[in-house]
Design a protein around this ligand. Structure first.
Ligand code: ADP
Ligand code: MG
Length: 243
């Protein structure tokens, strides 16, 4: 059992305070959805947890099984079991996905003797063309291929906790369904804990949230169960925007 604890996290970019004290606890096997309008601070939350440069932590703590995540380099956070699926996956010219997965696994639990087979199996599960595994990461990939690629990395690396930032932006409905279902499967097969960031509830058909939190203006203004997502779908964020 792994626990990611975010305690009163405050984050600024330059002189602007973006997150004003976020408190959330995510355990193995749980799916927590953080929903909010554009500009609420959702991506800032994911960036701060993974240690993206340019985001200054001005208060609070992030603990993974009691260990201080904020004191770790980004690669150490990944080795410790945190994994970010990026809203806008980065193109990495000259670097192939199979090489990255091989090195990443060596840094974690030792190399996988049957990595090629694992990649092929996982690629088939989400409809990802294995040819793309031998090409430079994300370079000239379509939106759907980029997100399938991100999901493939998650499936092969088997992190403890995944932070998934707007998986639904820039991909078609089939790719979204495949990717969301693969993450849902991981919550059952490998007890993955998930922090899923989105502003639509459409991927919840596959990836079922246990808890839904509404983020507005850098604060969690309401938490509840899946019914909160239905409420947002009907009524929008207006009721929370002024909170
Ligand atoms: P969301 O993902 O909820 O749409 P973001 O976390 O991306 O929101 O952004 C929240 C606010 O922080 C926005 O006003 C955005 O312009 C600002 N912000 C986020 N990252 C940066 C950055 N690197 N530089 C300047 N402003 C930023
Ligand atoms: Mg965002």
């Amino acid at each position: 059992m792994t626990t990611l604890e975010i305690r009163d996290l405050q984050v600024s970019v330059g002189d602007t305070q973006i997150l004003n004290g976020i408190t959330l606890t995510i355990k193995s096997g749980e799916v927590h959805a953080v929903m909010g309008p554009n500009g609420a601070g959702k991506s800032t939350l994911s960036a701060a947890i993974m240690g993206k440069p340019g985001y200054t932590i001005t208060g609070g703590q992030v603990l993974l099984d009691g260990k201080d995540v904020l004191a770790m380099a980004t690669w150490e956070r990944a080795v410790a079991g945190l994994h970010l699926v990026m809203q806008y996956p980065t193109e990495v010219p000259g670097v192939k996905l199979d090489d990255v997965l091989s090195e990443a696994l060596k840094a974690r639990r030792g190399s996988l003797p049957d990595l090629t087979k694992t990649i092929a199996t996982e690629a088939a599960r989400i409809g990802f063309d294995t040819e793309l595994v031998h090409r430079a990461i994300n370079v000239d990939f379509s939106g759907g291929e980029k997100k399938r690629n991100e999901t493939l990395q998650l499936a092969v690396l088997q992190p403890r906790i995944a932070i998934i930032d707007e998986l639904d932006s820039g991909l078609d409905i089939d790719a979204l369904r495949d990717c969301a279902q693969r993450v849902e499967d991981a919550t059952k097969e490998s007890d993955l804990g998930v922090l899923v960031i989105t502003h639509y509830s459409r991927m919840f058909e596959q990836l079922k949230p246990d808890f839904v939190h509404i983020l507005a203006k850098g604060r969690i203004v309401k938490s509840g169960g899946p019914e909160l997502a239905d409420d947002l779908e009907r009524n929008g964020y207006t009721a929370y925007a002024s909170a």
